[in-house]
Design a protein around this ligand. Structure first.
Ligand SMILES: *Cc1c(COP(=O)(O)O)cnc(C)c1O
Length: 361
């Protein structure tokens, strides 16, 4: 069976050696030495000022909304994983959808500006499939209208734009280190900010608001992560460049094989150091996607419809805003299998089945 993704596992000995240390110390969680070491290494690797390792990428978004004290409307993208929208609602705010750009699949800056009202407090945008949003234009709009800017960078580990880490943009940026993501800690995530007051609040929030054992300076939550998760991250981080190189190779094979594919791809602007986190393919019609999925499934290949459905159509939303571009792209998108252990032969086989299915759909 070929799934859309498989977690990368580091050499077992590397991980077990770190676990030996954990056993010796008997310090399992609560900001232990491996968590500190991982945060230091992440800062160095990504060139960031501050990094907080947290339980997952969803709590990271929730902590970001909380630390910026946002209440009201948050303009967001309908084309993302559900956690982007649900976190806004979970924090008692109202998601307001601005449609996406048909080529980059990221939130359309012009539509963001049109969606601003008196109640708008912030913009929460996703760097979809690791493709950077128009960070310069979004920052300008947010400055002009005094809005906070948060980036859901769950897909964007290792991405750079204009030579800078993508996580340096925005008031707060988040990442997910879930097993299915490019860099992972089994479960985990990160929040980062350049602002020291925001950092102070984020670290208070991560640990129940504790400022010392008997003092509570804020309402907090448990957003901590453990030594075991940090050990996985520390074991994988040295392999990260190798993982990206492998994915780049596999991507090149897909590109070669699919040169006659009658559909399109996400466009990524110049000046971007890309991470090859996904291989999204945009089909000509929903019917063609469904026919292709059926054909792939017959061969035990399981791609995923990322992102489907478009988040503006979710049942629990009180207000439904049409986002025709996002709905249209969501209906035609398919992410192909892409992971470190995928072989070149498998990529060729997947591409051939797709081309063949196209002819008959
Ligand atoms: C995976 C993902 C999340 C959630 O991260 P978890 O670590 O699974 O909580 C949020 N946003 C996007 C865009 C994601 O892909």
């Amino acid at each position: 069976m070929i799934p859309v993704t498989k977690p990368y596992l580091p050499a077992k000995e590397t991980y077990l050696k770190l676990l030996d240390e954990v056993w010796q110390r008997n310090w399992l969680t609560n900001n232990g030495p491996l968590v500190n070491e991982l945060e230091l290494e992440l800062k160095e690797k990504l060139g960031l000022k501050h990094v907080l390792f947290v339980s997952n990428g969803t709590i990271a978004i929730q902590m970001a909304l909380k630390a910026l004290r946002l209440k009201g409307e948050i303009i967001t993208t309908p084309f993302s994983y559900v956690a982007t929208t649900s976190s806004i609602i979970w924090e008692g705010c109202k998601p307001v959808f601005a449609d996406i750009d048909a080529h980059t699949f990221n939130i359309d800056v012009n539509k963001v500006e049109k969606a601003i009202t008196k109640e708008t407090k912030a913009v929460l945008a996703t760097h979809v499939f690791g493709n950077p949003c128009d960070v310069v234009a979004l920052e300008a709009i947010c400055k002009k209208h005094q809005l906070k800017l948060i980036y859901d960078g769950a897909h964007a580990f290792g991405v750079k734009v204009n030579g800078k880490s993508i996580f340096e943009y925005g008031d707060i940026a988040t990442c997910s280190f879930h097993s299915t993501k490019l860099f992972h800690t089994v479960e985990g995530g990160m929040v980062t900010t350049n602002e020291s007051e925001t950092l102070r609040l984020l670290s208070l929030h991560r640990n129940f608001g504790h400022n010392g054992p008997e003092k509570f300076d804020a309402v907090g939550i448990n957003g901590k992560n453990s030594e075991f998760h940090a050990a996985m991250g520390l074991s994988i981080l040295p392999d990260f460049d190798k993982i990206v190189t492998r994915r780049e190779q596999l991507t090149a094979i897909y590109n070669d094989m699919l040169v006659n594919f009658k559909g399109s791809k996400q466009s990524i602007k110049g000046g971007v150091t890309y991470n090859y986190a996904y291989y999204p393919l945009l089909f000509e019609s929903e019917q063609k996607v469904l026919a292709t999925i059926a054909e792939l499934n017959k061969n035990w290949i399981y791609p995923r419809r990322y992102f489907y459905p478009s988040l503006n159509t979710i049942d629990y939303l009180e207000e439904k805003t049409p986002c025709p571009i996002s709905e249209n792209i969501a209906s035609r998108i398919l992410c192909l299998p892409l992971y470190y252990d995928l072989t070149e032969k498998e990529v060729q086989m997947i591409a051939r089945i797709i081309l063949r299915a196209q002819q008959y759909a």
